[in-house]
Design a protein around this ligand. Structure first.
Ligand code: CMP
Length: 852
């Protein structure tokens, strides 16, 4: 086994050990992975478990269920096959370094086709079934490589069969020479039988049965069955001696006596090779009737070979073949066949046949009906919606409410555009709560109804799509996808674990810190979570922490909190940040470029980060840790190789984009232009293409365009002023301190988030609260940041998609839902304290206090 070689110098970050280099070389050169790019390969390596073997130890056993694929990394392994007639293991192949096996069971779902034993001390890299499937799905090249390797194996196996058949033939010829002449032709004829049982032999050879059976045993027959190579050699000798015509004549004469003796399998085997279709069908029909009839199970292979046309002619055949169709999951085919057979039975006026077929029709109709009901329907979207609604009363209520609100909006619009706008928004919210339609559909529905009811002009309704913010977010999403395609982000994650400090608290801080750092590059909390959580899992595993132990949970939850709930630290960190910013009136938005956003938001984020770490430590009480092994990380880094030109280009593009976003506007270059230039540059260096463009989150981009159109429409309708006036009056003006107002926003947000998804909560509460904020001396941005800081919650496992991703990406092995829930409560508490703590700072930034 390649011993882990931890280096003393973690600062280099590059390929670290000989073992890792050797394994990387192995993976890169393995046939199976020849078409796979290096980033995918490095990700794959995280899922390869090295397993050591002693001499003669089995990696897999013939006949067992297979759940993994193996790649030989050290030593050689022999492939052995045994058979029913010969249980000894025969070596059919030998695998050396770089070879891959175990794919057959994974691809076919059948048991292992061979036993694989280690020739000496050896090591395999094991890939489990799920990852294998995922890999084959993602990378069609792997499927091709596998079929090439299977074809090679098949060719070698055929060649081997040919060679061993030749040897068997020579041996059989020698043995035949000693068989008494009178028995010789009998032995050759018996070789054509599927099973030379006593009944069959007696039917064919009468008094000679005992001698023939004895001779067959001498040729290796076990329970009347000859080993296939010997049977092949004997029947070849028969053809040579009797000629094709002679064989045909024997078969022709043999079928009837065999059938009479009830030796149906033999009769059918002979008929199947030498008789025509109708004759076989007729024989099969007889075999399925009568006293010693052939069981349906044994008849299945012949029934499968039969055509529906041949089967329809006979009621029993039709019914039995229909049953085979049904077992193969095609009850419609069964019904088609039976409906074809029924009129034929009527023409023959055969009441038994008619009754038999009719009974089968009833049976299969029920089966087909049940399958049909269980099938996911391919019906139009509206039909699915309708059945969805009928099944779920709360959804039904929400949709009814939404329709009523829309109707009310139609009637209100001639008198009050603002009223109609609010009613429509209410209708949309009802639909968002039940999540019955994709978000963008509801947003586009809003656009249509604004225009239709004269609430906004068409150009106003879609103005958001032309805004700088929309173009910037398009560019940011594109650059994030390009960064990840270049492998740079993945490399940073690996380098992070490679350099993780020894103490657990410091490791948690590093995991959290790297999530926070990625916020600048990856503008999606879900994507960051997907990147960081496997890293935390790898760190936990390399220190052999138990699954869901306090230590694992500490690393996992620290990583998650850094990657997702603190998304507001950089403006770039989430589309929700842009959404919030888009909802702030134009004038107040102006000063929030990337840098100023960070200056204003970082203290709260950092306070919450440090506080959460402390709380996690207290809640989870992790214990002592061990020295960690870097073997796998080194392997992954080796596979990535040195920094590629694309990674360097993307790092430069990212840096220029961040600088451009901050400096551009002051020298007259719009951030939109900076964004588009970065996107074009990413495309030019080959990290962004048509597919990546299509893969962008268009659901969000479309929704976001509509959201950006909202603030001007709201102002034009005077809704903000009305809300400010009404709420201001209601709450008694400035009698509340700004701090109480901000804490109330947080608490309100926590409550609404139990009902609404994050972005919709942000939208709704911003629309209501931003207009009143100045009344309390609070800048609209503070409203937005408070909402953002308290909207990633995971009290319920489905409350936030990034939490679900965290749980899934950690394979459920880092933390339990219970541990996470406690962490969430801790996080909320720390955030509320944080809001109080940063208040003086925001006051100093003039974000709190009388509006200038
Ligand atoms: P599987 O059937 O999953 O498990 C045993 C593995 O041995 C099988 O996949 C192949 O990878 C390999 N194997 C089986 N038969 C042969 C053969 N004739 N030649 C080479 N490899 C084989």
């Amino acid at each position: 086994m390649a011993a882990p070689q931890p280096t003393d110098d973690p600062s280099t970050g590059g390929p670290q050990s000989d073992g890792a280099n050797r394994s990387a070389d192995l993976l890169a050169k393995a046939d199976l992975f020849s078409g796979v790019d290096r980033v995918t390969l490095a990700k794959l390596a995280a899922n390869l478990d090295p397993v050591s073997f002693a001499k003669d130890e089995a990696a897999c056993k013939q006949g067992e269920v297979g759940d993994s694929l193996y790649l030989v990394s050290e030593g050689t392994f022999g492939v052995f096959i045994s058979s029913e007639s010969d249980p000894r293991l025969v070596r059919v192949a030998t695998f050396g370094r770089g070879a891959c096996f175990g794919e057959m069971a994974l691809l076919t779902g059948e048991p292992r086709s061979a036993t694989v034993l280690s020739d000496g001390a050896g090591e395999l890299l094991r890939l489990d079934h799920e990852r294998f499937q995922e890999l084959v799905r993602k990378d069609p090249g792997i499927g091709l490589a596998l079929s090439a390797s299977l074809s090679r194996r098949l060719r070698t196996a055929s060649q081997n069969i040919k060679e061993s058949d030749a040897a068997v033939r020579r041996q059989v010829d020698r043995q035949l020479a000693s068989v008494p002449a009178s028995l010789r032709s009998r032995i050759l004829q018996a070789s054509l039988l599927d099973e030379s049982d006593a009944a069959a032999l007696r039917a064919l050879f009468g008094d000679e049965t005992a001698e023939v059976a004895e001779q067959l045993t001498a040729f290796g027959a076990v329970k009347g069955k000859l080993p296939p190579p010997i049977a092949r050699a004997l029947s070849e000798a028969l053809v040579k001696e009797a000629g094709a015509e002679g064989v045909r004549a024997f078969v022709h004469d043999a079928i009837e006596p065999l059938a009479k003796a009830g030796s149906w399998r033999n009769a059918l085997t002979l008929a199947g090779t030498y008789a025509d279709g109708p004759a076989v069908a007729a024989l099969l029909a007889r075999a399925l009737r009568g006293a010693d009839k052939l069981s349906s199970e044994l008849a299945a292979p012949w029934l499968t070979r039969l055509s529906d046309e041949a089967a329809a002619d006979d009621a029993v055949l039709a019914v039995e073949r229909a049953a085979v169709h049904s077992q193969q999951g095609a009850p419609e085919a069964a019904l088609r066949l039976l409906r074809r057979a029924l009129p034929l039975a009527h023409t023959r006026s055969d009441p038994t046949a008619i009754a038999l077929i009719e009974a089968a029709v009833t049976r299969h109709t029920e089966v087909a009906g049940a399958i049909e009901r269980a099938k996911p329907r391919e019906s139009p979207r509206l039909a699915i919606l309708w059945s969805n609604l009928r099944a779920n009363p709360s959804r039904f209520a929400a949709v009814t409410l939404s329709i009523l609100l829309i109707i009310a909006a139609i009637f209100t619009s001639p008198f009050s555009k603002a009223g109609a706008f609010v009613l429509l928004l209410g209708g949309a919210i009802a639909l968002w709560i039940v999540a019955i339609l994709p978000e963008f559909v509801v947003y586009l529905g809003l656009v249509i109804s604004w225009v239709f009811l004269g609430i906004a002009k068409p150009a106003q309704a879609v103005a958001g799509f032309g805004s700088t913010s929309w173009i910037s977010i398009l560019a940011i999403l594109a650059i994030a996808s390009a960064l990840s395609a270049s492998g740079l982000v993945y490399r940073l994650g690996l380098m992070l674990i490679r350099r993780l400090p020894q103490g657990l608290f410091a490791q948690g801080a590093a995991c959290m810190g790297s999530g926070l750092g990625l916020t600048l590059m990856v503008p999606s909390s879900t994507a960051r979570t997907r990147l960081i959580l496997p890293t935390a899992l790898a760190a936990a595993q390399s220190q052999r922490f138990k699954d869901r132990s306090p230590e694992s949970a500490f690393l996992g939850l620290a990583a998650f909190i850094g990657a997702s709930p603190l998304l507001y630290i950089f403006l770039n960190g989430s589309s929700s940040n842009f959404l919030g910013l888009g909802l702030i009136p134009e004038a107040s938005r102006a000063r929030f470029d990337l840098a100023y956003w960070f200056v204003a938001a970082a203290p709260l984020a950092l306070f919450t980060a440090i506080g959460s770490l402390g709380i996690l430590w207290v809640i989870l009480r992790p214990g002592k840790t061990e020295q960690m092994s870097h073997q796998r990380i080194d392997l992954q880094l080796s596979l990535l190789g040195p920094l590629s030109a694309r990674e360097i280009s993307m790092a430069v593009i990212l840096a220029l984009m961040v600088i451009g976003f901050n400096v551009g506007p002051s020298v007259g270059i719009s951030t939109g232009v900076v964004g588009l230039a970065s996107l074009v540059a990413a495309a030019l260096v080959g990290c962004f293409n048509r597919q990546s463009l299509q893969a962008l989150n268009w659901d969000f981009l479309i929704s976001y365009g509509v959201i950006l159109s909202l603030p001007p429409i709201i102002s034009a309708l005077g809704i903000d002023a009305t809300i400010a006036h009404a709420l201001g009056g209601l709450l008694g003006g400035a009698q509340f301190s700004p701090l109480v107002f901000v804490l109330a926003i947080a608490v309100l947000n926590l409550a609404v988030r139990l009902l609404l998804p994050d972005d919709q909560t942000l939208l709704l509460l911003s629309i209501i609260l931003i207009p009143v904020a100045p009344v309390f001396g609070v800048h609209p941005w503070v409203v937005v940041i408070t909402l953002l800081a308290t909207f990633t919650l995971w009290l319920l496992p489905t409350q936030t998609s990034s939490y679900a991703v965290a749980y899934e990406a950690s394979e459920g092995r880092l933390f339990t839902q219970g541990q996470a829930r406690k962490a969430c409560i801790g996080f909320i508490a720390v955030t509320l304290v944080g809001l109080v703590a940063v208040f003086p700072y925001w006051r100093w930034l003039k974000l709190i206090g009388p509006t200038p």
